[in-house]
Write a protein that binds this ligand. Structure first.
Ligand code: KPL
Length: 315
């Protein structure tokens, strides 16, 4: 297949790199040093799966001609810009959102058309170690589905390509439920790791943080029940602990974001639960506190931590 990865970060490079062994994969990212390194020396994947692959580096999405599909593993706050850019390209292939948080699929559908967008959810653990170097730190779900359910030969071909690349994947009729469940797990893992500097596996080692996982999960469950969202698995706390176990050595994307002075995805994750809770009259005090604390990192960065952060060589 010809697959364009629009947003070649930690997850995009892991999936794109593995697919590139048997498919034509284009990688696009605005991180120039990262793209230059892959163009010169290829992409190195270390950790659980180890490999060295050579995806095609493109300087703009349109350089990768006639893709069968475009995979979008981008930050949730970049969705609108990407949707507008893709809407202006002379392409009509399906776009697969593989993002944290909720609301991304709907935003893409407005710009690109209802039937062109496929939702995706992954709980794989991966971090970008340095330009051109990705570490695979854990297996997890890889689930895809049309917002209205159903499947197409193209989606089936993509699933087959993933499985042939050592990436077990499945199709669901309830992608919305999968996205909310994953977001509920992220409500615990991401802010708690970002605020404490702990890897995913270290979070529940603290009795206090373990108790917070319970409280956060209960709040998320109340909101989802109130909103009438059907989850693929009903126990949010158990799902969170299972993702933590499977990505034990991973540093969450939010921890990496605050360490590198980048904006976080807290609004699309915790913010979505707080907002729905408010609309439904369901209190979410723990999530609301975490939302405020993580947003506080943003203001610290604006007030001049940039120089200190830019000395951090892993960013
Ligand atoms: O989604 C993740 C993230 O870091 O954003 C998990 C699956 C928790 C991996 O760390």
């Amino acid at each position: 297949m010809r697959i364009l990865i629009y947003g070649a970060g930690a997850i995009g490079c892991l999936i794109g790199g593995l697919l590139a062994r048997a498919n034509q994969v284009g990688l696009y990212s605005r991180d120039q040093a990262h793209m230059d390194e892959i163009a010169r020396n290829g992409l190195r994947i270390s950790g659980i799966i180890k490999t060295h692959t050579r995806p095609i580096v493109v300087g703009s999405p349109i350089e990768f001609l006639d893709p069968d599909l475009i995979l979008l593993p981008i930050k949730s706050y970049d969705t609108l810009n990407a949707a507008n850019e893709l809407a202006n390209l002379p392409l009509d292939c399906p776009i697969i959102s593989l993002q944290n948080g909720v609301g991304n699929v709907e935003m893409l559908q407005i710009a690109l058309g209802r039937n062109r967008v496929i939702g995706g959810m992954t709980s794989m653990g991966s971090i970008l170690k340095a330009p051109g170097k990705v570490e695979h730190n854990g297996y997890g779900d890889l689930v895809f589905g049309y917002p209205d359910g159903g499947r197409t030969p193209l989606l089936d071909r993509f699933i087959t390509a993933l499985e042939a690349s050592k990436l077990p994947a499945e199709v669901t009729d309830n992608i919305n439920g999968h996205l909310w469940l994953k977001a509920a797990a992220n409500c615990s893992i991401n802010p708690l790791s970002a605020l404490t500097g702990r890897t995913n596996g270290q979070i529940p080692k603290s009795a206090e943080l373990r108790e917070l996982i319970r409280l956060i999960s209960d709040e998320c469950e109340a909101v989802l029940t109130g909103a009438g969202i059907t989850l693929p698995e009903s126990d949010i706390e158990a799902k969170t602990l299972s993702i933590i176990k499977n990505t034990y050595h991973n540093r969450s994307s939010m921890l990496t974001d605050v360490e590198c002075g980048r904006r976080t995805e807290i609004e699309a994750i915790t913010g979505s639960f707080v907002e729905h809770g408010k609309k439904l009259g369901i209190p979410t005090p723990v999530n609301e506190t975490l939302l405020g604390l993580i947003l506080g990192f943003g203001s610290r960065i604006e007030r001049g931590r940039i120089e200190e952060i830019s000395n951090n060589k892993s960013c």
